[in-house]
Design a protein around this ligand. Structure first.
Ligand SMILES: [Zn+2]
Ligand SMILES: [Zn+2]
Length: 181
């Protein structure tokens, strides 16, 4: 006998969130699944993981939970207004999470959502940094004219060294193409 499908209110309460925007869902590892209750899937917020049924996953997705093609990056609000970065699940480049919940797209095309429900707070997260090499932006604030940063998109920046590398590799590709023409 399967468990009764929980309502969206019950599911969100169990996950300790108010909206489904940042709730990841997917197939649970067999070892973690509650097979007796037919809960072969998982739902995860920044504080809780629940085993859920397929129907409950549909309920969450219907309420706006992201599909598996969307990465969920978690951060947290803090009194110091410190913001953090985390890695793209698609290409491992760094993404600045900023201070507001939002959806974005990485340089590589991976779509993601940024949510602020991470608990306990993880102060080991990196601050704003170069998307390629991860060097933190704070290190060069003393001499911005000597070490300019390049905005790639709303959430990603590149340090000058990586920008130069990219220009060099683009030039190498272009000349390789010309040789083959
Ligand atoms: Zn990426
Ligand atoms: Zn860099």
């Amino acid at each position: 006998m399967g468990a009764k499908t929980r309502t969206i209110e019950q599911l969100l309460q169990a996950l300790q969130v108010t909206v489904a925007f940042g709730v990841e869902t997917g197939r649970a590892a067999a070892v973690g699944a509650d097979l007796a209750a037919n809960r072969k899937y998982f739902a995860r917020s920044g504080t809780r993981v629940q085993t859920i049924t397929r129907d409950e996953m549909e309920v969450l997705r219907g309420a706006g939970a992201p599909g598996q093609d969307v990465g969920v990056l978690r951060s947290f609000q803090n009194a110091a207004r410190t913001t953090f970065s985390n890695r793209c699940p698609g290409c491992q480049r760094w993404i600045h999470l900023g201070s507001t919940e939002h959806a974005g797209e990485c340089f590589c095309g991976q779509t993601y959502r940024v949510v602020f429900d991470l608990s306990p707070e993880d102060w080991s997260l990196r601050q704003m940094c170069c998307m390629d090499c991860g060097v933190e932006m704070t290190t060069s604030l003393a001499g911005p004219a000597l070490n300019p940063w390049h905005a790639i998109n709303g959430d990603q920046v590149q340090c000058d060294a990586c920008a130069l590398k990219r220009v060099a590799s683009q030039a190498a590709e272009a000349s390789a193409r010309e040789r083959h023409m």
